[in-house]
Write a protein that binds this ligand. Structure first.
Ligand code: NDP
Length: 315
């Protein structure tokens, strides 16, 4: 296996990764950035970003990521496609294995691998994957035009996706396990007032059914209470929007993570306990998880990497 060497390696192509790339490139660190299986990250799956400063009319997640990519390329970032399948962070230079076949050594590493959609954990999710079950309304909503669908979750993602689906489909059930939504008030108001969206509070999904393709969901409301009720809904699409798991697994042998897998950073900086290794964006952020906070973390990580490199003696 031939080993390539670099000063700054960035893993991930969401707002954290690209912002780190812009800063690192402009600081002449000649960064290499690997985008994984979902180039542009989770934001490419969102419809409209309305809360990123500087876009009074909003911007699509896809467009924003394309612009960030172009900006990183403009300053010379070497953007490649590949998944980190292994690493050795025991000493510098740190070794990363890409796609189980290439090795790259780096003096600094910025981990910006983001997070992946959570599933409920019921076996039917796998059974109907690609046959009605989806984790991305923006990607798959089109297939359910004029049909009935359900979306699980009560956060901003679920509300945003419910609204998107309501614009395409006949009816949207929102399956919410508590008696309230967790989403921001503006999003709550929008879904509550939408004529095509019916919110099923205190409701959980027990199973899914259908011959070949999904035809419906078995639900239970007020589970374990006197007024517990089991019922079915007829749906063609079942969307999940119940949060995300950080993509930290490949690094956990070397880097401590919290109970949910978020990489722990020192004093809420992007520094990990390994000098020259930084974690930025959703992979290290259990609290805020916004495009703007991820971008800020990417910027901080790149500045930290530059300062760290300045302390090293190179032959
Ligand atoms: P959240 O963690 O905010 O919400 C997850 C939702 O899924 C909650 O309603 C939660 O229920 C529910 N849930 C979790 N696990 C299960 C389960 N096993 N069964 C049923 N329901 C479950 O995730 P989001 O992805 O919505 O948002 C993440 C972050 O991104 C937030 O900070 C959000 O504000 C932000 N965001 C902002 C957007 C915007 O501003 N445009 C758009 C999308 C996201 P419970 O409440 O009971 O825990």
């Amino acid at each position: 296996m031939e080993t390539e060497k670099t000063k700054c390696l960035i893993i991930g192509s969401g707002p954290a990764g690209y912002t780190a790339a812009v800063y690192a490139s402009r600081a002449n660190l000649n960064p290499v950035l690997y985008q994984g299986m979902q180039p542009g990250g989770l934001l490419t799956m969102t419809t409209e970003i309305e809360n990123f400063p500087g876009y009074p009319n909003g911007v699509s997640g896809f467009d924003m990521m394309e612009d960030l990519k172009k900006q990183a390329e403009r300053f010379g970032t070497d953007i490649r496609t590949g998944v980190v399948t292994g690493c050795n962070l025991s000493k510098r230079p740190y070794k990363l294995i890409i796609d189980e076949s290439e090795e790259i050594e780096t003096e600094t590493l910025i981990i910006a691998t983001g997070a992946s959609a959570k599933m409920l954990g019921i076996s039917d999710e796998q059974k109907y994957a690609g046959k009605g079950v989806s984790v991305c309304a923006t990607c798959d909503g089109f297939f359910y035009r004029k049909k009935d669908v359900a979306i699980v979750g009560g956060g901003d993602s679920a509300c945003e996706e419910a609204l998107y689906l309501a614009g395409l489909t006949n009816k949207v059930y929102m399956i919410v396990r508590k008696d309230c939504l967790r989403a921001s008030q503006i999003m709550q108001d929008r879904v509550m007032n939408h004529p095509k969206i019916e919110i099923l509070f205190n409701t959980n999904t027990i199973g899914l059914f259908g011959k070949e393709m999904l035809e419906g969901a078995d639900l239970v409301s007020n589970s374990g209470k006197d007024n517990e009720k089991r019922f079915d809904i007829a749906i063609d699409g079942f969307f999940l929007a119940i949060g995300h798991n950080p993509n930290s697994k490949v690094f956990t042998h070397y880097l401590p993570v919290d109970d949910y897998g978020f990489i722990k950073t020192i004093d809420r900086t992007t520094r990990t306990h390994i000098p020259g290794v930084y974690a930025a964006g959703d992979v290290a952020d259990p609290d805020y998880r916004q495009a703007i906070t991820a971008a800020a973390a990417g910027c901080i990580a790149a500045i930290e990497a530059e300062r760290y490199l300045n302390t090293l003696d190179f032959d």
